[in-house]
Design a protein around this ligand. Sequence first.
Ligand code: ZN
Ligand code: ZN
Length: 357
Amino acid sequence: MPNHRVTRLRELIAKSEGDALLVTHPINRRYLTGFTGSSGVVLITANHAALVTDFRYKEQAPKEAQGFQIVEHGSSLYATVSDLLKQWNVGELLIEEQDVTYANYRIIEKALSPVKLITSDGIVEKLRMLKDEDELAIMQEAADLADRAFEHILGYIKPGVTEKSIALELEVFMRSQGATSSSFDTIVASGERSALPHGVASDRVIGRDEFVKLDYGAYYNGYCSDITRTVVVGKPSDKHREIYEIVKEAQQFALDHLVPGMTGKEGDALTRDIITRYGYGEYFGHGTGHGLGMEIHESPRLSLTGDVVLAPGMTVTVEPGIYLPGFGGVRIEDDIVITENGIRILTKSPKHLIVLD
Ligand code: ZN
Ligand code: ZN
């Protein structure tokens, strides 16, 4: 994979105080190299790009990390890294401060001395915010898989089944369709539990005349999808209908008005202002959405504090909700990509109030 990601990264390194970047974050390692192994670090300088890993990956690493120098380390990874940095005359090394624990920092500092360690300020995560066409194609497939799972699960949800059995059915279906795993712990929250924004599936048995909120996603080919739909089993009350329609209106308004150039905070206001206008602002206690990609939660955020300016290629969720304690809650969530003029929606499952009887 030679490698516009490395080229873009080098531009950012050139603008930084550092001579080189040490990549320790496993997802960033895979993003830059294509290497799917579970151990190793990446070193990038203006002229060198190396994957330092161990003998277990002797065959796999050169196949996957094309364009990278593959360096096998012995008993000490950082002794090998130190040798490379000396060869390459690196004086100041950017490290991934979000990933390196304090204990590892001390190990790295000692092993690489006298190289000075400085913060990379999330340099690779900044690149990862902007998805390329290859990534968007995979994310569309991950979203399609979640959509097929929704269609499948509608036939399974009924009074008498437990939340956990619904979650299991969703996960088995997604695995059977090519997912590596679910992209996070599947949320199935029914009845009063649907008022829990993150109610992971429990032993609760689905009753009648109540919400069932499903929030799940497929981890597929290294990328995540993330979808929420809320349905009613039995007969919806006026209250069910009222809050469902408000959330739907807020979500649709955001989908219709999100554009590049907006901040995450402005994006958040698109849903929040509507929910607040209907008097339910205090029951919408989380942000409107989050970036997603190789990880389920990435930058940028659509939230009250979201200061990143949305740009074409960013992928985010749009997921307003209303949660009424003691009654239940609704959330509707889609995955979208910011385009030149607006957005494209990746998840396409229906959003009218589905009533299962
Ligand atoms: Zn979700
Ligand atoms: Zn989400």
